[in-house]
Design a protein around this ligand. Structure first.
Ligand code: IVH
Length: 685
C-alpha cells in the first residue's frame, strides 16, 4: 500500500513538473488547467510537503531567462486634456457608461503568475510580448504573497513602486527618480544594485485567467476578489452616471492636488470601462485597447539656462551644488534654483555654465536638472520673468563649473567620498546651523526657525544643540524683534521637547540616512540610549545588521554618527530626558489590519506607526479581510467600501479609545512628521 502511494507521489510530482515546464517555458500545455489543478490537489493531499508544490523548478537568476507572456502586457492610449477624457467617454460609450479609474502608478510593470495559489513566476513587462524572469527579487517585495489565500491559477498584473518617503530617505542621492530604482531592483542579480526589492510595494491593476474561469461581470469585482486572495490593488473609483466625463475630469483635478502628498509617484489617471463584456465589444487597435485611456498630468518639465553654481554645506557635511538658472515656470511655480545633487551628477550630466538644461519638478520634491541640452543661445534667455513679475536681465557666459577644494562655510579642505564632496569637520558653521534647524524642525518647535538660530549663533548664545536648553529669558528677549511674549514662547517650545522618545531623539540628531523609519527600527532594536552607547563602546557592527532593513552601510554611518556626537549626546542627556522605546511590535493589535482614510488631526504616518507599534498591520486599501477602517473627515470611497463590506469603522476618537485601552498614551508612541523630510531635502532647505 505504502509503496503504491509513494509511486503515485512520484508520478504526480513528475507530471506536475513536466506540465509546468510545458505551460510556462514552452507555452504549450497538454492538459487543461482543471486537470493540472487535480494533479496538484491530489499531490497536496498525499504529500503536502512535497517540494514540487512549493517550488516548481529552480528559480533562475533575475534577468537571465526570458518569459513569453501568455497574455501580452499592452500599453495604453494617452491623453493630457479634459477634451481627451470627453472624447474617450463618447467614443467608448457604446460599451456602457460605467468607468473605473485608478492612479497611474509610475514604477515598473510586473506580472505575477500563480499556479494553484503558489507564486510560480514573476516577470517584467519587457517588450510586452516577452519579459524577464525576476521571481527571486519579486519574492522580496513584502506585499507580494508567495501563496494566495485560495488555490487560484491566475496572472496578476500591477506596478511595482517605491514609497516616496523611502526614496527621499534612502535613495534620492543615487537616482533622480524612484521609477528607475524599481526596475533596477527587480532586475539586479545579487542584490548588487542601487535599491533593494524589499523597499518596493506591488499595486495590482489587472488579473487574467489562463483557464478562462472568471465569472466576473466587472473589473472592479475582480479587484475586490484579488483583495480576498491576498493581493493589494491600486486604489480605484467607479464613475457611473449619464455624463461620467464631468466627474472623471473633476477626479483628475482632485488627484492633481493630492499628487504631491500621495505615498507613491504617479504620472496620471487610468480610466477603463468597468464592464468586461463591454471591453470585449470595443476591442483593441493594433497598439492599444479602445476601452482604456491613460490620462497623464501635464508636463512638469521645462527648459532653462544654467547661469551659475553655488556650493552649500548641508547638515551631514555633504557639499551640494545648487544651480542658479534663468527663471522658468514649471508646474505652476517659477523656479530659479535647482539642485544638482553632487559632484557625480555634475560629471554625469557633463554640464557647463551657459548650457541649456531640461528641468523637472515633481510635487513638493526639489526641482532638478535632468538633461544637458548643450550650449544655450541668447534667445533662450528672452521673455523671462522672476516670480514677482519683474523682468529677468541676466546675460549668458560660458565656462566650466569649478569644483571647490575648500568648504564654502568653514574653508577646511574637503574630502571626496564616492560622488560626494564632504566637509568632515563637525564644528563647521554651516553644519552646526543646519543641525540646529533640523533638530528644532524635527521636534516641531513652533517659532524656532532658521532666522532665530542664525541670530542665536551670531550672538554666540548657542554653539551646540545642548545650548538651546541653556537659554534663558533675558538672553532671548534681548534679541532683535523678540519681545517678552515671544521669548516665553521659545522657552515653552523648548520645554516641550525636554522629554522625547528614543526614535525621535535619534532622528532629530540629523545623522545621514537616519530618517524617521530607520530611527524607529534602530530604537525598537536597542530600546534605550544607554544600550546604544554601550554597543558603540563594545565596537561590534554585526548586531545592527541583523535588523531587517539595516544594511552594513547604514550600520557604519550610524556608529560613526553617534561616535562623533558623543560629547553632544552626553551634554544633552544632562538637560533632556530620552525615554526608552516601548518593547513593541506586539500588543493588542497583534494580527489586526487597519486602513486609514480621510483627514485626521494627526499625520497619517504617525497613526500608522502607533498601530504598528502595537502589533497591527496597516494596509492601503479596504477589503473584506480588513479589521478596522480609521476614517477621518470627508472620507470617500474607502468609507463606502468598508460600509458595504461590513468592516468595523472607527472615527479618530473611537480609534483613540481603542488605543488607550492599552494604557499606552499616544505621546509615548514613536511619532513622526511626514512633512519632515530627511537627507537632501533638508540639506537644501
Ligand atoms: S491598466 C491593457 N492601470 O501604465 C493594459 N496600467 O500605459 C492595462 N500603469 O505599462 C493597464 N498604473 O504598467 C493600468 N492603474 C493602472 C496603472 C497602469 C500604471 C502602467 C502599466 C502599463 C502602462 C500603460
Amino acid at each position: 500500500m505504502g509503496e503504491r502511494v509513494d509511486e503515485r507521489i512520484g508520478f504526480l510530482a513528475a507530471e506536475i513538473t513536466r506540465h509546468s515546464e510545458l505551460y510556462y517555458n514552452h507555452s504549450a500545455p497538454e492538459i487543461t488547467d482543471a486537470d493540472f489543478d487535480a494533479l496538484w490537489d491530489e499531490l497536496r493531499q498525499l504529500d503536502p510537503d512535497n517540494e514540487v508544490l512549493h517550488k516548481v523548478g529552480p528559480e533562475p537568476l533575475p534577468g537571465t531567462v526570458k518569459v513569453e507572456h501568455m497574455f501580452p502586457m499592452r500599453s495604453l492610449d494617452k491623453g493630457t486634456t479634459d477634451d481627451d477624457i470627453v472624447h474617450f467617454v463618447t467614443q467608448s460609450t457604446s460599451g456602457g457608461k460605467r468607468f473605473l479609474a485608478q492612479p497611474k502608478l509610475d514604477g515598473s510593470a510586473l506580472s505575477l503568475e500563480y499556479v494553484a495559489g503558489n507564486l510560480h513566476r514573476a516577470a517584467t513587462r519587457g517588450s510586452g510580448e516577452r519579459g524577464e524572469d525576476v521571481t527571486l527579487n519579486a519574492k522580496l517585495v513584502a506585499n507580494i504573497p508567495t501563496r494566495l489565500n485560495h488555490p487560484y491559477t491566475i496572472h496578476v498584473r500591477g506596478e511595482v513602486v517605491m514609497p516616496l518617503a523611502i526614496y527621499e530617505e534612502k535613495y534620492s542621492n543615487v537616482s533622480p527618480n524612484p521609477r528607475n530604482l524599481c526596475s533596477g531592483a527587480l532586475r539586479q542579480k545579487h542584490g548588487d544594485g542601487k535599491a533593494n526589492a524589499s523597499d518596493l510595494v506591488f499595486c495590482a491593476y489587472d488579473v487574467k485567467f489562463p483557464d478562462d474561469s472568471s465569472q466576473a461581470r466587472f473589473d472592479s469585482e475582480l479587484l475586490h476578489w484579488l483583495q480576498e486572495a491576498g493581493i493589494e490593488p491600486a486604489p480605484w473609483q467607479i464613475f457611473e452616471s449619464e455624463t461620467p466625463q464631468n466627474e472623471m475630469i473633476e477626479y483628475t483635478k482632485e488627484w492633481s492636488m493630492k499628487r504631491s502628498s500621495y505615498e507613491f509617484e504617479i504620472d496620471g489617471i487610468v480610466f477603463k470601462l468597468d464592464e468586461l463584456t463591454h471591453r470585449e465589444r470595443l476591442g483593441e487597435t493594433a497598439h492599444h485597447p479602445r476601452w482604456a485611456l491613460a490620462w497623464k498630468f501635464p508636463s512638469q518639465e521645462a527648459h532653462s539656462v544654467l547661469l551659475d553654481v553655488d556650493w552649500q554645506t548641508g547638515r551631514t557635511g555633504s557639499v551640494t551644488p545648487v544651480a542658479r538658472i534663468a527663471p522658468q515656470m514649471v508646474g505652476g511655480v517659477t523656479v530659479e534654483n535647482v539642485t544638482l545633487h553632487n559632484v557625480g551628477e555634475v560629471e554625469r550630466l557633463g554640464i557647463k555654465i551657459g548650457d541649456k538644461v531640461k528641468i523637472t519638478r515633481r510635487g513638493d520634491v526639489i526641482p532638478k536638472i535632468i538633461e544637458n541640452l548643450g550650449k544655450a543661445s541668447p534667445s533662450d534667455l528672452e521673455n523671462r520673468l522672476h516670480a514677482d513679475g519683474t523682468s529677468f536681465t541676466g546675460h549668458l557666459s560660458f565656462h566650466d563649473i569649478a569644483i571647490p577644494e575648500n568648504c564654502p562655510a568653514c574653508n577646511r579642505v574637503l574630502t571626496m567620498e564616492g560622488a560626494f564632496l564632504r566637509c568632515l569637520a563637525m564644528e563647521c558653521d554651516a553644519r552646526t546651523a543646519r543641525s540646529l534647524t533640523y533638530w528644532c524642525r524635527t521636534l516641531e518647535m513652533d517659532g524656532i526657525g532658521e532666522k532665530l538660530i542664525e541670530a542665536l549663533l551670531e550672538k554666540s548664545l548657542i554653539v551646540t544643540i545642548a545650548d538651546l536648553y541653556r537659554l534663558n529669558h533675558s538672553q532671548l528677549s534681548k534679541l532683535d524683534r523678540m519681545g517678552d511674549k515671544s521669548a516665553n514662547n521659545v522657552l515653552d517650545e523648548l520645554a516641550k521637547t525636554r522629554t522625547l522618545n528614543l526614535a525621535k531623539f535619534l532622528h532629530a540628531l540629523g545623522m545621514e540616512r537616519i530618517g524617521p523609519e530607520v530611527a524607529t527600527t534602530i530604537s525598537q532594536h536597542f530600546i534605550s540610549l544607554e544600550k546604544i552607547l554601550r554597543w558603540i563602546d563594545e565596537g561590534e557592527d554585526e548586531e545592527l545588521t541583523t535588523i531587517d532593513g539595516i544594511g552594513e552601510k547604514v550600520a557604519a554611518i550610524f556608529r560613526e554618527g553617534i561616535s562623533k556626537r558623543r560629547t553632544l549626546i552626553n551634554e544633552l542627556t544632562e538637560l533632556i530626558t530620552v525615554i526608552d522605546e516601548t518593547e513593541s511590535s506586539s500588543g493588542i493589535f497583534d494580527g489586526k489590519s487597519f486602513c486609514i482614510t480621510g483627514s485626521l488631526s494627526r499625520p497619517r504616518k504617525e497613526i500608522a506607526l502607533a498601530i504598528k507599534s502595537l502589533g497591527g498591520k496597516v494596509v492601503s486599501s479596504v477589503s473584506g479581510n480588513l479589521d478596522y477602517l480609521v476614517a477621518g473627515e470627508s472620507a470617500g470611497s474607502k468609507l463606502e467600501k468598508a460600509q458595504n463590506l461590513d468592516v468595523t469603522i472607527l472615527d479618530e476618537h473611537e480609534f483613540q479609545i481603542l488605543m488607550n485601552g492599552t494604557n499606552i498614551s499616544s505621546s509615548e508612541e514613536p511619532s513622526e512628521d511626514p512633512h519632515q523630510s530627511t537627507g537632501t531635502l533638508d540639506d537644501w532647505l
